[in-house]
Design a binder for this molecule. Sequence first.
Ligand code: NAD
Length: 280
Amino acid sequence: MANTLQATVTLNNGIQMPWFGLGVYLAKEGQEVVDAVKSAIRTGYRSIDTAAAYRNEEGVGQAVREALQENDLRREDLFITSKVWNSHQGYETTLASFHESLERLQLDYLDLFLIHWPVKEKYKDTWRALEKVYSEGKVRAIGVSNFQVHHLEDLLIEAKVVPAVNQIELHPYLTQKELRTYCQSKGIQVEAWSPLGQGNLLTHDTIKTIAGKYGKSAAQVILRWDLQSQIITIPKSVHEARIVENADIFDFSLSAEDVEAIDGLNRNQRFGSDPDNFNF
Ligand code: NAD
C-alpha cells in the first residue's frame, strides 16, 4: 500500500509506477496546464497522465522541463503517461502517433503508453505497434484503457506482451469489481480515471459523513479509498490548493468498515462513455 505521495507499485514488467498522479484532461494547453503540472511536481507528485487527445502535450512537456530544473529532479524521477487516440489506431498510424507525442512532449522516452479506447477491428494492430516501441526501449511499459474483460481476453490471444496497466473509469458509483478481479488474475494493474466522478461524488452524504470522521475532505476520502483498494489514482485539478489537498492523504487510514461502506455505494453508473458502446 502507498504510504507516501511518491510510493510506487511494481508493474508486471518490473518497473515502478507511482500510485498517485495528476490527470490533465481538460487542462488547457498553454499556461493553465503548465502551471498545473508545475504545481503538482512542486507538491511532490511524480506521475502525470496526458494523451494525444487532450491536446496539451506541449504544455506538459514544457512544465516537465521547467519543473526538473526548478526542483532539482532528473527525468527518471518522473513518470509520464500518454495515449494513442482512436483516429490513429492501426499499426503504422500508432507508430506515427507515438513519435508525435514524444515530439510534442520533447521527451526521449515515455514511461507508459496506452491504447485510449478499444476500437473494434483495430486494437490488435495498435497493440503490435505498442509492442514494437516497447521492444525498442522507447517506452518503459505499455497498457490499455477502457478495456473490458472480453477486450482483454481477445487481446491476450495474440499479445506477446501482457498489458501492464488498464486505465478505467472507476469511482464509488462504478467500483468495477469483476474487471478488477480479472485484471489482478492476469497481473494487469488497474488505474482509475475520473476517480472523483468528475466532481459529482464530492457531495455524497456517505462520503461526507466519513470525511467528517477523519477531518478530511470528500475528495481525500475517495482518493484514499483508491489507494487502500490497490488502485492507481490520477485526480485532475488545475487549482493549486486542490492539487495540494488531493495529495494530502498519507496521514490517515480508512477503517475496513469505511472502505466497505464506500464499496457499497456502487451503482454501476458511468459519468463517461461505455467501452462497449462508444462512437468516437
Ligand atoms: P476527476 O474525477 O479527477 O474530477 C476532476 C474534477 O473534480 C475537477 O475538474 C474539479 O472540478 C473537481 N475536483 C478535483 N479535485 C477537487 C477537490 N479537491 N475539491 C473539489 N473539487 C475537486 O475527473 P477526470 O478529470 O475526468 O479524471 C481524472 C483524469 O483521468 C483525467 O484528467 C485524465 O488524465 C484521466 N481520464 C482518462 C480517461 C480515459 O479514457 N482513459 C477518461 C477521462 C479521464
